[in-house]
Design a protein around this ligand. Structure first.
Ligand SMILES: Nc1nc2c(c(=O)[nH]1)N[C@H]1C(S)=C(S)[C@@H](COP(=O)(O)O)O[C@H]1N2
Ligand SMILES: [Mo]
Length: 516
């Protein structure tokens, strides 16, 4: 039997479809926000110039995303069919094509700043492997038929046209059926997350206001890091593989340990308490000098201090062991939870209920500490204890026991490698030393004298501040460095240290050139 091109195309199509289906189910099993196809669609929307996107939305009347997803699926199907046809001649061309598609999907999932968890790429990996296996299974009878056609009916291996045809049709039928079952299963598995998203959108939070830009927060330079980080752009770090999706009606937090009275609060009870609201910049201990693992948001929540007071902390306690719904832990100094700062059980970020990825329905937030020792997402348990009796997730792995943030500063403008006009050049960026505050910044060109810039005054010490500096620059290639001074008079150290064990230090510098 001579195989037809159509049969090979069908094999490719089904193999690709099987990979899409397993990636879809995996995404839902792990409660990942987007399956790879949806991630590609969202990235295309994000990267489309505004005017064009508006026109598309106009014409398509908000069907833009479904239409786009359908379009991506059509393109994928053409690609899969091509893979099948190519498989007739070579094994490497189809593998490369599948790999290219997987890379696009993987990048789409990982690229947006707000969702870069490595495990988010797992569905793509599962899909890629599925595609390769399904393809090799499906084309096996086709290859056999080709070989037999070459050899002719007298060959001893000849099994008859019907047997090979049957083999192929059975494989194709089973694959098509499996794709159908997996797609339905994916929908069902995803229902849990959809329900919690629905509850989140209906949630009525008391005492939560919308963010308002504090007067004096901006230095008036385009392209400097915006004051507020939208939730979608907020960096995300956690160890969870399957994102916890928690029904607020089933959530509670327990405060116990070295206390006089154990306290358990439901979400409804927590929501009924008075809220505190504050601008707080959160950053990760793994943020390298000049890095992006930092964001600033308007947080609303219930202060931890009065809750601990109500529970009655006993003498000898110096720490609180926090546990999240997914079992992650950290140990936070009791002192920062009971002093006058806004350590809170946060329920809202930028005026909206916490996004699921950022800890819905409740997370802890402590100004002045790195996230790994304080900012428990999906928090469910606070045990008052002693440092000598408790360990968090990261400390046994070599990270510092306490995690006060280190002062740092970053150059945003000009961008690395940019070319600017020589003469008076405007430099700008952000600087932070949460809960101490930034008093000033200086910049130096090519290791020369430090020259003072100005810092914005947002009216709180718990956030980053924007800064700008205007410096006279000669034509040529240069490097600009920035260093900050905090409100205690401490000058940011130039000693370069890695993020491990307790946060990076050193001055951020960028290369740029000035032309006359
Ligand atoms: N449940 C849980 N909470 C967690 C973590 C985690 O792995 N699991 N990581 C912490 C770390 S290291 C940081 S930097 C912050 C990041 O918070 P974000 O993802 O909202 O930016 O969350 C903290 N809270
Ligand atoms: Mo972190």
């Amino acid at each position: 039997m001579r195989t037809t091109r159509g049969a090979w195309a069908l094999a490719g199509l089904l193999a690709g479809g099987a990979g899409l289906a397993t990636s879809y189910v995996t995404a839902h099993l792990l409660s990942i926000r987007q399956s790879p196809v949806v991630a590609v669609a969202e990235d295309i929307i994000r990267l489309t110039p505004g005017s064009l996107a508006e026109k598309a939305i106009d014409v398509l009347d908000h069907w833009d995303k479904p239409v786009l997803i359908a379009g991506i699926l059509v393109v994928l199907m053409l690609g899969f069919a091509l893979v099948g046809v190519l498989a007739r001649r070579t094994w490497w061309a189809p593998t490369l094509l599948f790999l290219a598609l997987a890379l696009v999907g993987g990048l789409a999932v990982l690229l947006p700043k707000g969702s870069g968890n490595a495990s988010d790429a797992l569905p793509v990996a599962v899909g890629f492997v599925t595609m390769l296996i399904a393809l090799s299974v499906l084309v096996a009878p086709l290859r056999k038929a080709e070989a037999q056609a070459e050899a002719g009916p007298d060959d001893a291996t000849y099994g008859g046209d019907d047997a090979t045809r049957r083999g192929f049709l059975i494989g194709a039928g089973v694959t098509a059926g499996t794709i159908g079952v997996l797609t339905v299963a994916g929908r069902l598995v995803g229902a849990g997350r959809r329900e919690v998203e629905r509850l989140r959108s209906l949630l009525r939070l008391t005492g939560v206001t919308q963010p308002e830009l504090p007067p004096g927060a901006l230095v008036g330079v385009d392209d400097v890091t915006p004051w507020i980080t939208p939730a979608d752009d907020f960096y995300r770090i956690d160890t969870t593989i399957a994102t916890p999706v928690i029904d607020p009606n089933e959530w509670s937090v327990r405060i116990h340990g070295l206390v006089d009275r154990e306290l358990v609060l439901s979400f409804e009870e927590l929501n009924a308490l008075a809220k505190t609201e504050a601008w707080v910049t959160l950053n990760c201990v793994s943020n390298p000098v000049g890095g992006n693992l930092i964001g600033n948001a308007w947080w609303s929540g219930v202060r931890v201090a009065p809750l601990l007071e109500q529970a009655g902390v006993q003498a000898g306690a110096d720490a609180v062991l926090q546990t999240s719904d997914d079992g992650w832990t950290c140990v936070t100094p009791l002192e920062v939870l009971t002093d006058d700062r806004d350590a809170m059980l946060a329920v809202a970020m930028n005026g909206e209920p916490l996004p699921i990825e950022h800890g819905f329905p409740v997370r802890t937030l402590v100004p002045g500490l790195y996230g790994y020792v304080s900012a428990t997402k999906w928090v469910v348990d606070l045990e008052v204890t002693r440092f000598s009796d408790a360990q968090g997730y990261w400390t046994p792995k070599g990270w510092g026991e306490r995690g006060p943030v280190k002062m740092s500063s970053r150059v945003d403008v000009p961008g690395s490698g940019d070319s600017v006009d020589a003469g008076e050049v405007v430099f700008a960026g952000v600087a932070w030393s949460q809960h101490t505050g930034i008093a000033g910044v200086e910049v130096a060109i090519d290791g020369g004298a430090w020259q003072e810039g100005v810092v914005a005054e947002p009216g709180t010490d718990d956030t980053w501040v924007q800064w700008r500096a205007v410096v006279d620059v000669e034509p040529g290639d240069h490097v600009v460095r920035v260093r900050a001074t905090d409100k205690d008079g401490l000058v940011q150290t130039g000693v370069e240290r890695d993020v491990l064990p307790d946060g990076a230090t050193g001055w951020h510098g960028i290369d740029f050139s000035a032309t006359s």
